[in-house]
Design a protein around this ligand. Structure first.
Ligand code: NAD
Ligand code: TYD
Length: 360
């Protein structure tokens, strides 16, 4: 039975990936989820898996060399799927250091431990071992409206501390591929949305605020463009890349689904109004009047857009979920999981919100 070490599996994409993998492979695989459970990690995302004998959760920090090395010693790891990171651009602008630590040093520790566990004395690697580094399209910087798309050959030009640290971690993985022929792939994905996303990111923040009749803070002119992908499509792409991707290659993942932020916010409002039953008191709270233009994010990247040609050609992946369908599924999930939303927005979240949006 193949064993996966998933890092950051209690976060948004990691938990969706774990659900996807068990749904697809059931008892054919074993997953060990290593997560430090920062504010962004939530074990309730994975509650339904606690009965599984082929699932193990270990609370650990990926920067903790000793613990990570011990995990590789105690378990025969075949695949690493590395999600763990600090991921919010606004937080990185506010306090970059933890981004350097987790995203760069943490990746270095993981690479080193995997290499030590998988390498033969002659420098070759055990058959079938693979390391997948999950990264972002933000490493390529920003596009203008008239520019084309990001390709795997586009130069790295990160702007925010978050994307700079992700770029550094990608470069480290590349250096292991080039120097040691380390069996790794890198994926650079566009903005994800879907269930279990922490409400500091655009889509869940807008859903949460609208349902509470709170202002919807749109940065700048609201015309920045992101290329949105439903998270389950991302999970599928990651599995296909690990199964069929060419070792050492990078793959861009995205959906030709470019939208301006203001369009996203308006779609959320309209869809909420459409989906909420007449008798639901929240229906009266949701309206376009909640939209509030606020001070722009510093260094705000204008546009991201992915050309997913290579991943289609090499592994046959294409996005399957239309935005109209994905946003409905996402909103339905937040309706059904009000307790989850309450849980993650209690405590520190209130202070975070006050601090980040006070001056805007
Ligand atoms: P997230 O913030 O929801 O989750 C991150 C997880 O990592 C959390 O469970 C957290 O507890 C864990 N973590 C943080 N620091 C850790 C540490 N030091 N040791 C162990 N665990 C730690 O993030 P996400 O949105 O699920 O993103 C996952 C990965 O995908 C990240 O590497 C991110 O850069 C990449 N990515 C995200 C998007 C997106 O739209 N969200 C798009 C492209 C790429
Ligand atoms: P975000 O979800 O933080 O993802 P990223 O910055 O990694 O792309 O933001 C998506 C877009 O939405 C980005 O252009 C910033 C904008 N945004 C707002 O306008 N208001 C908000 O409150 C947030 C969180 C983001």
């Amino acid at each position: 039975m193949r064993t996966y070490l998933v890092t950051g599996g209690a976060g948004f994409i990691g938990s969706n990936y774990i659900h996807y993998m068990f749904h697809k492979y059931d008892n054919e695989i074993r997953i060990i989820n290593v997560d430090a459970l920062t504010y962004a990690g939530n074990l309730s995302n994975l509650r339904s898996l606690s009965h599984r004998e082929n699932y193990l959760f270990l609370k650990a920090d990926i920067c903790d060399k000793k613990t990570i090395a011990r995990i590789f010693e105690e378990h025969e790891i075949d695949r690493v799927v590395h999600f763990a990171a600090e991921t919010h651009v606004d937080r990185s602008i506010d306090d970059p250091e933890i981004f350097v630590k987790t995203n760069v040093l943490g990746t270095a520790v993981l690479l080193n431990c995997a290499k030590a566990a998988w390498e033969f004395p002659d420098g070759s690697f055990q058959e079938g071992k693979k390391f997948l580094h999950v990264s972002t399209d933000e490493v390529y910087g920003s596009l203008e409206e008239e520019d084309g798309f990001f390709y795997e050959t586009s130069p790295y030009a990160p702007h925010s501390p978050y994307s700079a640290c992700k770029a550094a971690s990608d470069m480290l993985v590349k250096s292991y591929i080039d120097t040691y022929q380390f069996p790794a792939n890198i994926t650079n994905c566009s903005n994800n949305y879907g269930p279990y996303q922490f409400p500091e990111k655009l889509i869940p923040l807008m859903i949460h605020n609208a349902l509470h009749g709170k202002k919807l803070p749109v940065y700048g002119d609201g015309k920045n463009v992101r290329d949105w992908l439903y998270v389950e499509d991302h999970a599928k792409a990651l599995d296909l890349v690990q199964e069929h991707g060419r070792i050492g290659e990078s793959y861009n993942i995205g959906g030709h689904n470019e939208r301006k932020n203001i369009e996203i916010v308006e779609t959320i409002i309209d869809t909420l109004i459409e989906m909420l039953p007449e008798a639901d008191p929240r229906k009266k709270l949701v309206s376009r009047e909640l939209i509030t233009y606020v001070k722009d994010r510093k260094g705000h990247d204008r546009r991201y857009a992915i050309a997913p040609d290579k991943i289609k050609k090499d592994v046959g992946w294409e996005p399957e979920t239309t935005f109209e369908e994905g946003i409905k599924r996402t909103i339905a999930w937040y309706f059904e999981n009000e307790e989850w939303l309450k849980e993650v927005t209690s405590g520190d979240y209130q202070q975070y919100y006050e601090r980040m949006y006070k001056g805007k």
